[in-house]
Design a binder for this molecule. Sequence first.
Ligand code: KG4
Ligand code: ZN
Length: 332
Amino acid sequence: MTILGIESSCDETSAAVVKDGTVLSNVISSQLVHTKYGGVVPELASRAHQRMILEVVQEALTTAGCAREDLTGIAATHGPGLVGALLVGLNFGKAMAYALNIPFVGVNHMEGHLYSNLLTPPVHDFPFLALVVSGGHTMLVHVTAPFEHRVLGQTRDDAAGEAFDKVAKMLGLGYPGGPKIDAAGKAGNPKAIRFPRTWLERDGFDFSFSGIKTAVLYHVRDNGLPATPEGMNDLCASFQDAVVDVLVEKTINAARTTGVKDVTVAGGVSANSRLRNRLKEECGKNGFRLFHPPMAYCMDNGAMIAYVGWMKLTSGKASPLTLPAVAALELA
Ligand code: KG4
Ligand code: ZN
């Protein structure tokens, strides 16, 4: 089976070809138009997807050495995300499937992230415990078999990536903030400023990141922005440490509770070096195997959508062409 996957839920227009479970191409066009606004502007995102979609899909096919007629199925993200942005990729995928008379399948964006560690070796086993951390979501999911999963906990307010982006904006570091805080944090002292950790119920699996964001706001209000690059590095490292501490402790607790051997991390924030290092350390100490995707599969990408599309179509799960875009689609 040769599947074209299309992703357009937020500010990345992406398309990829997966053949029998192997990624042949993965083209990602990141929208730079949002940078000056310090966050994604939904209407601009939709327009940028419309401008780029044809070129991105064509490049994905060319790189894969594949003609349209070689495709045996098309997958597209149908939620969650910005509805106008979703509609561009979803309608493009449906129209193409209709024209080529091949099956279409809608993919939940979070399923894309959830299974993104299956795209490249080494591959984890089932069951596994996944920490999915992105700009829109923070969740711990226990996956017992393909498409058999239970969400153990999620954020009650801001997603982890959202907290990174908002704090970076506050500090004048620009958008997207995650990579900027990560880079500054590498050179800083994570113990320089003691920011609070929000545990909610200590043995529960829900998260809250709005408190840490407010703590940074109050710190800046009372002390001003750091006057030196070293001060900025320390502030970033200290904020990052507070977020990472909670993510890591709850992930390890969830892995212990579910009795899994394998732990995966996915989504944009899984690119964070401090998170990766701390998870590696703690998984090592506790006897869990840790898996994280290569950078191109951490961020939003068409490959993870094509891959889940392939998993679904090989098990007979096609979607009708009436499938709607759903902004708040749950991980069912
Ligand atoms: O998965 P993703 O590309 O899009 C969503 O589905 O939201 O995640 C984007 C998020 C942004 O909030 C971005 O700041 C964050 O991932 N991010 C990072 C890093 N790289 C991207 N956060 C922390 N450290 C990073 N290195
Ligand atoms: Zn995402």
